[in-house]
Design a protein around this ligand. Structure first.
Ligand code: FAD
Ligand code: FES
Length: 328
């Protein structure tokens, strides 16, 4: 089996193991998040040895040239020398200024914006725990409107980082966060273009930022936001979103629950199905899809078939780690 050479030690890979899993299995401390090629927390640099192409998918040409690669996506066919990246994403220390439980499973965390930190509404940051476990969370705040960073964290039962953030984090604590990343944000071109925003659960976080940013920048075309969940605790911010719709006649908000319920204002059905059904042809529309990875991927395909241009579909799949480590 191929060996991984790292800082003078050699580790034999097992089966189809990734470089990340091999190093973690041998107790090497490596930063990571989604384990699915999305968050880039596991970026490393190769020395001697060939890199499989999928380990560099989504990286810039300059990074590829530099032999940088995603350790979670790297399953080498032959021996490979690897090193931790010297130029990792820039990190900041931020203080928790407010924690509020919006529902039984969604917690809103507001952080002080560190000096020098800049972002666009809808981008995400990586939060790094004291034990160097990293997870991505989207920014619901808008830099021009809010003087804090706002996150909506869904508590995943037995999830390492989400339960730590939802149940153990305290106001005034300091958090290590990365610089803002991601391409899912509002671009102020074609102000008249109709926008369709679809999110599930805490996938409302980036959409809340994107919608407010579009309105702030004078977007004049219709904006339709569908927010859905299979259960009541996944729906939150109904008052805030309804108030936004009251203030802006061209902003439409539809909260949905896929299971039968008796809640006022909430429609029965799946957000993505109702959203796609509401528009006959999507050619000329711009879409933002955020939340569960299967919903995001499936809706992207259906939207493309319904006429949307791939250039006009912005996605933020909340890809999650399949095999978590033992402790935060
Ligand atoms: C770009 C990006 C942006 C994100 N933004 C947000 C955000 O704004 N808010 C937010 O709450 N999350 C967001 N996520 C997801 C987040 O990064 C974590 O994956 C999530 O909080 C779970 O981490 P954990 O450490 O608690 O669970 P883990 O310890 O990683 O997982 C524990 C177990 O739960 C399962 N699991 C994890 N997540 C889910 C899920 N969603 N549904 C079903 N099973 C799951 C895993 O397979 C695992 O078996 C985002 C992810 C990405 C990639
Ligand atoms: S890209 Fe490798 S852990 Fe997220």
């Amino acid at each position: 089996m191929p060996q991984i050479h790292h800082e003078g030690d050699s580790y034999v890979t097992e089966g189809d193991e990734s470089v990340l899993d091999c190093l973690l299995r041998h107790g090497v401390s490596v930063s990571y998040g989604c384990k699915a090629g999305a968050c880039q927390s596991c970026l490393m640099q190769a020395g001697e040895g060939a890199l499989p192409p999928e380990s560099q998918k989504g990286l810039k040409d300059t990074q590829k040239y530099d032999k940088q690669f995603l350790a979670c996506m790297c399953r080498p066919q032959a021996d490979l020398e690897v090193a931790k990246l010297r130029t990792v994403a820039k990190t900041y220390t931020s203080q928790v200024i407010e924690i509020e439980h919006l529902s039984a499973e969604i917690v809103r965390i507001r952080l002080a914006q560190p000096d020098g930190f800049s972002y666009r509404a809808g981008q995400f940051i990586n939060i790094v725990t004291p034990n160097n476990v990293s997870r991505s969370y989207s920014l619901a705040s808008v830099p021009e409107l809010d003087d804090y960073l706002e996150l909506h964290v869904r508590r995943i039962p037995s999830g390492l980082v989400s339960t730590w953030l939802c149940d153990h984090l305290k106001v005034n604590a300091h958090l290590t966060i990365s610089e803002a990343m991601g391409q899912c944000f509002y671009v102020p071109t074609r102000h008249e273009q109709p926008l369709l925003l679809i999110g599930t659960g805490s996938g409302l976080a980036p959409l809340y930022g994107i919608a407010r940013d579009a309105l702030r920048q004078g977007h004049s075309g219709p904006i339709h936001l569908y927010h859905g969940s299979s259960h009541q605790d996944g729906i939150y911010y109904v008052e805030e979103m309804s108030a936004l719709a009251d203030q802006h006649p061209h902003f439409n908000y539809t909260p949905t629950l896929s299971r039968p319920h008796e809640l006022p204002k909430i429609q029965l059905g799946r957000a993505h199905e109702m959203a796609l059904k509401s528009v006959n042809r999507l050619s000329g529309w711009r879409l933002y899809l955020c939340g569960h990875p299967e919903m995001v991927q499936g809706t992207k395909q259906k939207a493309f078939i319904a006429g949307a241009s791939l250039q006009d579909i912005y996605t933020d799949p909340f890809t999650f780690t399949q095999h978590p480590p033992k402790a935060v």
